[in-house]
Design a protein around this ligand. Structure first.
Ligand SMILES: C[S@@+](CC[C@H](N)C(=O)[O-])C[C@H]1O[C@@H](n2cnc3c(N)ncnc32)[C@H](O)[C@@H]1O
Length: 264
């Protein structure tokens, strides 16, 4: 019998998991040049496919703390005037890039639960005059956003960190307009992770322990009412600590970019 992610979570202390994730991403916001399980910063964004002309127009300090896992803006196809929600906006790289694409008539709302990330992203927004970006403190499992009000939801390296991914996908379906897009990069696995990995809070916060098996991940998106139209492997993304690389090889932990469209 297969053990699903939901089964495994029976054995995880969710409060300590949340504190571990918040601690990790507070450090990412405040001390981007320390050592992590994963790579960060401008070199990574360029390798993943972010365009130089976009990176040059957003705050460099946000890019220093970029902890995303792939590029998906070629799938998102954001248009001027659109309303975009960035789940787990961190220090703001993706929200700022989205703001360039939707322009002054559009709007980007970044959602994050970690104060240090929100503080950093908001002060960079104020300093550099990104008037079309707003950051809101919230869990991605319970979004402070109106029903059927959003053109595109974006997210980079975040949904794997949620202990309740079906709830995240239900919230995405609730806020999207019919035909609205979900364009993301995230970490998934080829085979189910054993409990030694999924119950390890350190590996969870490093975007490995919480990763869902890819078919289960796409099925959860479809169950929420979206059709998955594209998945692409991001071969340019890799973890860097020995512990993380071991898990990557053993269970096929890898990054994908994905596009899904809300049905109806
Ligand atoms: C891997 S970082 C990615 C940040 C950003 N997307 C980037 O590319 O730099 C994950 C972010 O998601 C936030 N996060 C993780 N789980 C969350 C949840 N359940 N609700 C809200 N924010 C969450 C963390 O605080 C952190 O800022």
């Amino acid at each position: 019998m297969t053990t699903t992610t939901a089964d495994k979570l029976q054995n995880v202390d969710l409060d300590s998991l949340e504190s571990q994730v918040k601690d990790m991403y507070t450090k990412v916001a405040e001390k981007p040049h320390e050592e992590y399980h994963f790579e960060m910063g401008r070199g990574l964004t360029e390798r993943l496919g972010y365009m130089t002309e976009d990176l040059d127009r957003i705050p460099a300090e946000a890019i220093d703390s970029f902890a995303g896992v792939g590029y998906y803006f070629h799938l998102a196809m954001l248009k001027p005037g659109e309303t975009v929600v960035d789940l787990g906006s961190g220090s703001g790289t993706d929200a700022f890039v989205a703001a360039l694409k939707v322009g002054g008539e559009g709007k980007v709302i970044g959602i994050d639960m970690t104060d240090a990330q929100l503080t950093k992203a908001s002060s960079l927004r104020d300093r550099d005059g990104f008037a079309n970006v707003e950051y809101r403190k919230s869990y991605i499992e319970d979004l402070p956003i109106e029903d059927v009000s959003v053109d595109t939801v974006i997210s980079n390296g975040v949904i794997n960190l949620s202990p309740d991914k079906p709830a995240v996908f239900r919230e995405i379906a609730r806020i999207l307009k019919p035909g609205g897009r979900l364009a993301i990069a995230d970490i998934v696995t080829q085979s189910q992770l054993p409990e030694t990995v999924s119950c390890n809070a350190d590996l969870w916060a490093a975007c490995i322990g919480g990763a869902m098996q890819i078919d289960e991940y796409c099925a959860a998106i479809e169950a929420a009412g979206l059709a998955v139209t594209t998945t692409q492997a991001n071969d340019k993304y890799g973890f860097i600590s020995d512990n993380a690389m071991g898990a990557t090889e053993k269970w096929g932990v890898h990054s994908i970019s994905l596009l899904a469209v809300k049905k109806g």
